[in-house]
Design a protein around this ligand. Structure first.
Ligand SMILES: Nc1nc2c(ncn2[C@@H]2O[C@H](COP(=O)(O)OP(=O)(O)OP(=O)(O)O)[C@@H](O)[C@H]2O)c(=O)[nH]1
Ligand SMILES: [Mg+2]
Length: 348
């Protein structure tokens, strides 16, 4: 980039920096307060802001994050995040739907958001997914919120857009579930974003063993074998899974091993309550807040996408600069862009 353009870029970045000082605008302020009451439409509007990848949204995301951080009485939640991954058609959505009902039954005041990363969707995202879970919820139930996110928003299935939306949802709900098809990068990233991951499988066949052996999937916290409509099938599947794990030299030791494998049938509503109880137990235990690590992971991913390995090298070199680790994610992002532009100007 010619030097004059580099200077223009620096000026642009500086004006974004100044725009970030502005307080939250009244419309967004109202949206946030309605969203805190779990109103669906305001939550959907806010999600769209967090998904969009442009300057205006960056400024808004910053203002919203800062507002939420300074009003912990309203936005003090730290949702327990469950990643639900697995082969296409294994019954993830059906299972999530049934799990939501069971969670509500066991803990009537619980609030749950479901974010489904939809690889097939070519729309710009935003369709409510309630119908696709095939589970009937009482209309106007504010405690359960569904959202699908088109995976083309991010290369590789999930990433920045999902990360940003999670930043928001975790402040409103007790539980957030992310559904993603377990192919490639996305299941590793869902592990980054979650406190607990569940791998949903169909009753086992021989190829599953190969799948595990190949080590494609990092070891999830919980295995769910869905479509165990009959008890005999459930028994056999459990046995096969244990054998597969052994063969792949994945050791789940002691009591935990017993708890970490579930057999369910979403259509026959079998075994659902046990999984829901287990999830509530996971939520009730103190969880380490791994948000900082997530931030680092998605920041590095962003730098690599924007500037390649060279960008990461520059970051490593300047990482002790205070402005790179201060404030909201957006402030850090902008600080890095400014540093990079300055650096490139000086290189000339
Ligand atoms: N027999 C049986 N069928 C099931 C069960 N759970 C889900 N299904 C069926 O399996 C099909 C796929 O279910 P989904 O819940 O959409 O599966 P999914 O894993 O979310 O699918 P993708 O999101 O497309 O990867 C549907 O036709 C369901 O009705 C089950 O426990 N038993
Ligand atoms: Mg699904």
């Amino acid at each position: 980039m010619p030097l004059s353009q580099q200077h223009t870029l620096l000026q642009e970045l500086e004006s974004i920096h100044q725009a970030m000082d502005a307080p939250l605008d009244p419309t967004t302020h109202d949206l946030l307060h309605q969203a805190a009451q779990l109103e669906k439409w305001p939550i959907a509007q806010l999600i769209s802001i967090f998904e969009r990848n442009n300057t205006e949204s960056l400024i808004k995301r910053h203002a919203i994050t800062r507002y939420m951080d300074t009003h912990p009485d309203l936005f003090g939640k730290q949702a327990c995040i469950f990643g639900v991954t697995g082969t296409p058609g294994a019954g993830k959505s059906s299972l999530i739907g049934e799990l939501c009902l069971s969670l509500l039954e066991q803990q009537p005041d619980i609030s749950i958001a479901v974010l489904a990363i939809d690889p097939s969707s070519q729309s710009s995202g935003g369709a409510l997914l309630g119908d696709r879970t095939r589970t009937q919820f009482p209309v106007n139930n504010k405690q359960v919120f569904f959202r699908s996110q088109a995976s083309h928003l991010d290369l590789g299935g999930m990433g920045k857009a999902t990360f940003h939306v999670m930043r928001l949802l975790r402040k409103f709900f007790d539980v957030v579930m992310i559904e993603t098809v377990g192919i490639g990068q996305s299941e590793i990233e869902v592990q980054r974003l979650s406190d607990h991951t569940m791998l949903v499988m169909q009753p086992l066949a021989g190829d599953q063993v190969q799948f595990m052996k190949a080590g494609i999937m990092e070891v999830p916290d919980t295995f769910v074998i869905n479509k165990c409509d009959e008890d005999a099938l459930a028994k056999k599947s459990r046995h096969l899974l244990k054998a597969s794990l052994k063969l792949a030299q994945i050791h789940l030791s002691g009591d935990e091993a017993e708890q970490a494998i579930f057999m369910t049938s979403a259509t026959q509503r079998k075994g659902i309550r046990e999984v829901a109880e287990y999830l509530l137990k996971v939520c009730s235990v103190d969880r380490p807040d791994n948000f900082d690590e997530q931030e680092v992971y998605f920041r590095n991913k962003w730098i690599r996408e924007a500037y390649g390995e060279f960008g990461l090298g520059v970051f490593e070199h300047f990482k002790d600069k205070a402005e790179l680790s201060r404030g909201t994610f957006e402030e850090k992002e902008l600080a890095y862009k400014q540093l990079m532009a300055n650096f490139l100007t000086k290189l000339k």
